[in-house]
Design a protein around this ligand. Structure first.
Ligand code: NAD
Ligand code: MG
Length: 350
């Protein structure tokens, strides 16, 4: 498996910027990633046109920042590189609008591989297909760029018709600031499958279930909701922050010896061979396309399962307890508030 997946890392000095000279980039969508890519490229001296629906509430904010705005089709017509940054579930429909405008030698550029890897978008053979995927939400891609810093990103080439696909993608990565931090080479398959597995098994699905089941175990045994919330949800951040800064080692070093011994002896009784087998099963459904097929059908049916699960999660007791207890921590996060509020308003506005 290892030699199939590469781990080359590129930095600014590896980038031939002239790859974007005389090129026009169409950025489709002005959400989390779209606004950051459009503004960073624009300030890097690249010609940018933002592609948005006629009635999109993002038209005004994009224009106010000095960006040119058109429909997706019109932007794609004028562009040499079309960066598809509308939501993944919306991309196949938007692609229908732009396909007639993909000329010989153009680049179709993505920030996530789902639609290409699972054949929801089938581009013509005469275009390059690449991915530059920043490893952080868009507002940080933007903020880091403004501070003269960068956000690490992933690079992948799915189709190289011109022979310059990788060089152009790297120039794009430099334009949005990723090459300042480092661009890690991968493939559409690896990015898509590891992303889906990670969010399902560990990051979103795994951790939410771990928290809920831990909370329920304490409450069912008669302990208070408040204590269960603090232990199973609130303290998660302290532990994850330590891991983020210094790996598992920093976490084990910071907690008490009792916590370390208890965790090291009991952790694998919780995430045991059954959990491992379940993870392998989840990975298999990602690899064989079963999950992708299910999610595409779910969207076509107007999201019945999604809607129900989304509501059930909101109704879980831990959410009500959490709302009450988080008010006690109201002093936290002050100062960051304005930027984050801006981000929320802008993304929700569309
Ligand atoms: P988003 O939901 O923040 O924004 C999408 C934007 O697309 C909207 O703001 C709007 O301008 C436009 N849009 C929404 N619905 C539309 C419709 N029906 N028709 C036309 N335009 C519409 O999306 P995002 O999170 O920036 O994701 C864009 C791409 O970037 C996806 O492929 C995603 O996987 C990828 N990505 C996202 C992140 C992240 O942290 N958000 C990180 C890396 C990669
Ligand atoms: Mg992800």
């Amino acid at each position: 498996m290892t030699d199939e997946f590469t781990t080359e890392i590129y930095y600014e000095e590896d980038v031939d910027e002239s790859q974007l000279t005389n090129s026009t980039v169409a950025v489709l969508g002005y959400g989390s990633q779209g606004h950051a890519h459009a503004l960073n490229l624009h300030e890097s001296g690249v010609d940018v046109i933002v592609g948005l629906r006629e009635n999109s509430s993002s038209r005004e904010p994009a224009r106010a920042e000095g960006l040119e705005v058109a429909t997706a089709a019109e932007a794609a017509k004028q562009a040499d590189i079309v960066s598809v940054l509308v939501p993944d579930t919306v991309q196949p429909a938007v692609y229908e609008e732009i396909e007639p405008h993909l000329e010989e030698g153009d680049t179709l550029q993505f920030a996530h591989g789902f639609n290409i890897h699972y054949n929801q978008i089938q581009p013509p053979e005469h275009v390059d297909v690449t991915m530059i995927a920043p490893k952080s939400p868009g507002h940080l891609v933007r903020r880091n760029y403004e501070r003269g810093e960068g956000t690490p990103g992933l690079l992948a080439v799915y189709q190289d018709t011109t022979g310059d696909a990788k060089e152009r993608a790297l120039a794009y990565a430099k334009g949005i600031g990723c090459a300042r931090a480092g661009v890690v080479e991968t493939t559409f398959r690896e990015e898509t499958e590891t992303d889906l597995f990670g969010e399902q098994a560990v990051l979103c699905g795994g951790i939410a279930e771990l928290i809920k089941v831990g909370y329920e175990t304490l409450v069912d045994a008669g302990y208070s909701e408040e204590m269960a919330y603090f232990e199973c949800m609130n303290e998660m951040k302290l532990i994850v922050d330590l891991m983020y800064e210094g790996g598992l080692g920093a976490m084990w070093d910071s907690v008490s010896d009792t916590a370390e011994y208890g965790g090291l002896t009991r952790g694998d009784e919780i995430i045991d061979d059954t959990a491992r087998a379940n993870m392998e099963e989840v990975l298999e459904q990602v690899q064989n396309g079963e999950f992708a097929t299910e999610w595409v059908a779910e969207n076509q049916a107007n999201r019945p399962v999604y809607t129900q699960l989304n509501q059930a999660e909101k109704n879980h007791e831990i959410e009500e307890v959490g709302e009450r207890l988080r008010a006690l921590f109201a002093w936290e996060g002050e100062g960051e508030e304005t930027e984050d509020e801006d981000e929320k308003t802008r993304v929700q506005a569309d």
